[in-house]
Write a protein that binds this ligand. Structure first.
Ligand code: GLA
Length: 366
């Protein structure tokens, strides 16, 4: 069989950060940046990447051929192992991986790699999976590869994306619907240049703190509580201050997801103004309650609003990475340049801006 081309996009999350750790809603868009694999069926897995450096040389079921698997090959191995556990016949894959996604920018380069590899391995073995089955296998692979207890956001966003839309996904039931993005709005992503890697961030610590908060709520369903009720429980000594802050973020953030979806569906001037406020509230909640922003991300958000952004906030797993900006399409290039320049004037690390289109999800290109 000849070489075929597979594609899986990265994602930007518009709002709904860390809500997937407790089955809450998220609102990501798949990007026109992603991972491409040009490969043909083979006996074993042999994938090279000039950008990432090195190669993945594995048995078709993901087992190492010799020595230890390291670097990005861990993701490839983990996906192959997860698919083998689902019954995928052991057909290998030989070819090349290329990526247009910046690494460490918080745009889900690892999820895009997992999904692209999963799609390619399923196709060569004639082992079709439903989109969400593929996303779940890719998510388990992330846990297996680097031990990060992530939610389903990144992998689902990569699989489900639809051009011109964001995906409103309930991460508990996995029900989803599309929310069209207003045509006059462009997506600008600004990478702070402070690189993040899920495996070394405070991600796992936050997840533990949230679970502690849930455990302390004996009897209360956290998803039924309002922010005011959480404050009351904390005040009466039922929650320690850290647990209360983490919980307040997750509950408030879920409400913001639904509000943003409503506002995007009816982008009147007043609603776009409100969108800016909700994004600001979301960023403040990540800064003060979830404590996952960095001074660089805070600065970028301020600069984006100064330059006329409709809305701006940190996006993704935090502790570095990028902000997402909704800008008026005509103003987007100038805004992106101005933010990057002003940020460069204030510090040593250069930022990089990407004007992106919400795009279709993972698929075979040929
Ligand atoms: C990372 C994780 C996701 C999600 C986000 C924060 O990207 O992989 O599952 O928790 O952080 O929203």
């Amino acid at each position: 069989m000849k070489t075929q081309v597979y594609w899986a996009p990265g994602r930007v999350n518009l709002i709904g950060e860390f809500t997937d750790l407790s089955g809450g809603p998220v609102l990501p868009a798949a990007l026109d940046l992603g991972v491409r694999i040009d490969a043909a069926p083979a006996k074993a897995i042999s994938l090279v990447s000039h950008e990432l450096g090195g190669a993945a040389e594995l048995a078709a079921d993901g087992k190492p051929l010799e020595g230890e698997t390291d670097g990005w090959a861990r993701y490839v191995a983990a996906v192959a192992i997860e698919l083998a556990l689902l019954g995928r016949p052991a057909v290998g894959l030989e070819g090349e991986i290329t990526s247009t996604l910046p690494i460490g920018a918080g745009l889900s380069s690892s999820a895009a790699l997992e999904v692209a590899v999963g799609l390619a391995l399923c196709t060569v073995a004639d082992f079709p999976l439903e989109p969400m089955e593929l996303a779940q296998a890719a998510r388990r692979a992330e846990h297996r590869a680097v031990g990060v207890p992530c939610g389903i956001l990144d992998q689902a966003a990569s699989v489900l994306g639809r051009a011109g839309n964001a995906t409103l996904l309930e991460t508990g039931s996995l029900a989803y619907e599309y929310v069209p993005l207003p045509e006059e709005i462009a997506l600008v992503i600004v990478d702070s240049g402070v690189s993040r890697r899920l495996e070394s961030s405070g991600y796992g610590a936050r997840r533990d703190e949230l679970e502690r908060a849930f455990a302390a709520l004996s009897g209360h369903d956290p998803h039924e509580l309002t922010v005011a009720e959480i404050d009351e429980i904390a005040h009466s000594g039922g929650l320690d201050p850290i647990a209360a802050r983490r919980l307040r973020h997750v509950v408030g953030e879920s409400e913001r997801v639904y509000e943003v979806a409503r506002l995007l569906r009816d982008p009147s001037a007043a609603n776009l103004q409100r969108l800016g406020e909700v994004f600001r509230e979301g960023h403040e909640s990540l800064r003060l309650d979830w404590e996952a922003t960095t001074p660089e991300l805070d600065l970028l958000v301020e600069l984006a609003y100064e330059q006329g952004a409709v809305a701006a906030r940190m996006t993704g797993g935090g502790f570095g990475g990028s902000i997402v900006v909704l800008a008026r399409a005509k103003e987007a290039p100038a805004l992106a340049d101005a933010v990057v320049t002003a940020y460069g004037d204030r510090g040593d690390t250069p930022a990089r801006a990407y004007i992106c289109r919400a795009s279709d999800g993972a698929r075979r290109l040929s």
